[in-house]
Design a protein around this ligand. Structure first.
Ligand code: GAR
Length: 193
């Protein structure tokens, strides 16, 4: 399974994935890490792991379509088969969706369809929800919609603060994302044989 990781920020999910790849727990070859933010820490993490780190900003393109066409060009050049979103905070447009149908995977820090968007953890916390969790799903044209692959719930305790909840969600993400990607990579290998 040859994949590119798209991320906009810290990259702790990328770190969990690359760690599992290096331990041979996921049969995945990471072609590159791409960020739409030049100062995203994920780019440092990629370089530290010897993975190519590429960035350009949509602001430098006249339209989203042209930005994505440039990204697609890169994906094709590196013969990428799967796109893994790990905190990539942009809606995927038709250009990439058409080129990678059912081949773009996202992780989101809530039990979708609850709390989509940029602030999934905070919104669940502020809503005083009893439970929240993590969703891994295929991407479609909506914001954090698309067929769900797996969800895992966790309780929000009376004693939780926003910070403690964030910490618990991230821990869950770091377990769940590598596990699900390993399963997809295995299925993929079976399908290719
Ligand atoms: C993760 O919690 C991920 O679920 C979330 O961004 C964070 C990235 O953290 N994604 C979304 O909210 C997508 N709508 P990381 O950069 O440390 O991996």
């Amino acid at each position: 399974m040859r994949a590119a990781i798209l991320a906009s920020g810290n990259g702790s999910n990328f770190e969990a994935i690359i760690t599992a790849v290096k331990r041979r727990e996921i049969e995945m070859d990471i072609a590159f890490v791409f960020s739409d933010k030049p100062d995203a820490f994920v780019l440092e993490r990629a370089k530290n792991h010897g993975i190519e780190a590429i960035h350009f900003s949509p602001k430098n393109f006249s339209s989203k379509g042209i930005y994505e066409a440039e990204l697609l060009h890169l994906l094709e050049e590196y013969q990428v088969e799967w796109i893994i979103l790990a905190g990539y905070m942009r809606i995927i447009g038709p250009c990439l969706l058409e080129a990678y149908p059912q081949r773009i995977i996202n992780i989101h820090p809530s039990l979708l369809p609850k709390y989509p968007g940029l602030h999934g953890i905070k919104e669940a916390f502020e809503a005083k929800a009893e439970q929240t969790g993590v969703t891994i799903h295929y991407i479609d044209a909506g914001v954090d919609t698309g067929p769900i692959i797996v969800q895992e719930a966790l309780d929000i305790l009376q004693t939780d603060t926003l910070e403690s909840l964030e910490e618990k969600i991230h821990q869950l993400e770091h377990q769940l994302y590598p596990k699900v990607l390993a399963e997809i990579a295995n299925k993929q290998k079976g399908a290719v044989k």
